[in-house]
Design a protein. Structure first.
Length: 189
């Protein structure tokens, strides 16, 4: 089932967009959702590899991906965004490393403000923080990780992608191939 809206994180874009040969970022995001967003802070983190930035630009030029910035929010949205950002920052941002996790924090604050239900990331420990701080039963946010995308491919929810391509994606993202073969998508089912 195709999702209505997603917001993507820089780490996902970098890992999935790493290859100029296998342009999975521009192929998979439109299969995953009808519309994608990225926060300006996360967008600005995607400088390298150049092919990941090119794929983001391609998706923007196609009208599929919009860059969101808090300066474009209306006054009420700004209040929600700032409050959400501050709540998340207490748990996610180390004062000694204020730039670390800033993209995720901005993206999640924007997702909550704009009621975007899915955050596409590869941060494995983020969902419990979201559940504790943001998810109240109204406009909840769910993380979708590379593993989740591959499971969607496996079960036919993302058409046109084969197991072999999913494994290439898994390996490009720096994941262990044996985990793919044993736990994610075994050869014999």
């Amino acid at each position: 089932m195709k999702l209505k809206e997603i917001i993507v994180d820089a780490d996902f874009c970098i890992k999935v967009g790493v290859s100029p040969k296998y342009r999975y970022l521009e192929r998979l995001l439109p299969k995953l959702a009808n519309k994608a967003y990225i926060h300006k802070a996360a967008h600005d983190e995607v400088m390298f590899p150049l092919c990941a930035k090119e794929q983001l630009d391609f998706l923007k030029n196609q009208g599929f991906l919009d860059v969101l910035d808090e300066k474009d929010l209306n006054p009420l949205e700004k209040i929600v965004y700032i409050g959400t950002y501050q709540s998340l920052a207490k748990a996610m941002i180390n004062p000694h490393q204020p730039r670390k996790n800033q993209g995720e924090t901005c993206s999640l604050a924007m997702a909550k403000t704009k009621s975007i239900p899915y955050f596409v990331t590869d941060e494995k420990n983020l969902q419990p923080i979201i559940d504790k701080i943001l998810n109240t039963g109204m406009d909840d946010i769910v993380c979708i990780r590379i593993e989740d995308v591959i499971r969607r491919i496996r079960f036919g929810e993302l058409e046109g992608v084969k197991r072999k391509e999913a494994k290439v994606l898994w390996r490009m993202a720096g994941k262990e191939p044996t985990v793919f073969d044993r736990a994610i998508w075994p050869m014999i089912e």
